[in-house]
Design a protein. Structure first.
Length: 317
């Protein structure tokens, strides 16, 4: 695990006259800018065979060689938090994340996160960017996540995500009765007024594509099977809300709870007490980061969503 990973990159011509540190940050998004600068200052990054400083300018077409030495984290503590591991080998873990577990430490959640749990599960996770986490789920979204166990696998998984070689399928319980499946293609970016939220934007933003099909129909609600072609922040929640079918329990994008008329008392009570967005990452298919062989892992719907569906489907309630 402690071996140095060699990364070779070619600088595109579009980077002409840009600073070295900015070019490195653009070409190596899976590493923090501060880590890249440490490698640059230590002479672990060479450009056309020579060591450069951060403020020097790039011409375009140069070859970059990075000796990616292990990153030893000291800023976050390992914590003995149980993990539901659905697949693990020497290179990769796939975790079934429960509701309420924050992925990365941040303001308000400096401990008790998936990253803290990973650092306790495997000592070598502290040598990887973000402890090997290559993508994320919202705190209250459940389901499958990939975690790399070595640098080579980390780079391979990040690249697979960027190339859209990873298939992610979700189960989403939405408000309203849909007639058929479809595709939502609408750019997503930061909300122009509420900066903690994302929004569909007519101008700007990033391309976002969501495919969905109907898995189950019930009174006033629909269970969808959602396939992400892109992976923008809050993509499923924002896209479905923009079509007036927000996720059940989504206070951020669903607005104030509106109980449809005609539902029995038990159904109304179940909807009121479901306190998170009804979203579960149910199936993950990816090329194995070392062998390249396709790997598929599935995770059953969590109990709280199962119970809600059972009540909504109960014709006597």
């Amino acid at each position: 695990m402690s071996d140095v990973e060699i990364i070779e990159l070619l600088v595109p011509d579009t980077c002409f006259n840009q600073r070295v540190d900015r070019v490195l940050a653009e070409l190596c998004p899976d590493y923090s800018r501060s880590q890249l600068q440490k490698w640059l200052k230590a002479g672990d990054i060479s450009i056309d065979g020579r060591v450069m400083v951060a403020k020097e300018k790039i011409k375009g077409g140069e070859s970059i060689l990075i000796q990616a030495k292990p990153i030893v984290r000291s800023d976050f503590e390992p914590e003995d938090i149980p993990l539901d591991i659905r697949y693990e080998d020497d290179h990769l873990m796939i975790i079934n994340k429960p509701s309420g577990l924050v992925v990365h430490p941040a303001a308000g959640n400096w401990s008790g996160t998936l990253m803290n749990a990973l650092l306790a599960h495997n000592d070598h996770q502290n040598e990887l960017p973000r402890a090997g986490i290559v993508h994320r789920l919202d705190k209250d979204t459940t389901g499958l996540m990939m975690v790399a166990k070595d640098l080579k696998s980390h780079h391979a998984l990040v690249e697979a995500l960027q190339e859209r070689d990873v298939s992610r399928e979700y189960q989403a319980l939405v408000c309203g009765e849909l007639i058929a499946g479809g595709t939502i293609e609408a750019n997503i970016g930061r909300h122009p007024k509420e900066r903690k939220k994302m929004a569909v934007l007519m101008e700007g933003g990033k391309t976002a594509i969501t495919h969905y099909r109907i898995e189950e129909r019930m009174v006033k609600h629909t269970l969808l099977r959602v396939h992400l072609e892109t992976g923008r922040t809050h993509q499923i929640r924002v896209h479905l809300s923009s079509k007036h079918h927000p996720l059940v329990g989504d206070k951020t994008y669903g607005g104030r709870l509106r109980i449809p008329s005609g539902l029995g008392e038990e159904k109304c009570a179940a909807l009121r007490h479901f306190s998170r967005q009804a979203l579960h990452a149910a199936r993950l298919t990816l090329p194995h980061p070392v062998s390249g062989e396709p790997l598929t892992v599935e995770a059953e719907m969590p109990d709280d969503m199962k119970q809600l569906l059972a009540i909504l489907n109960d014709t006597a309630a």
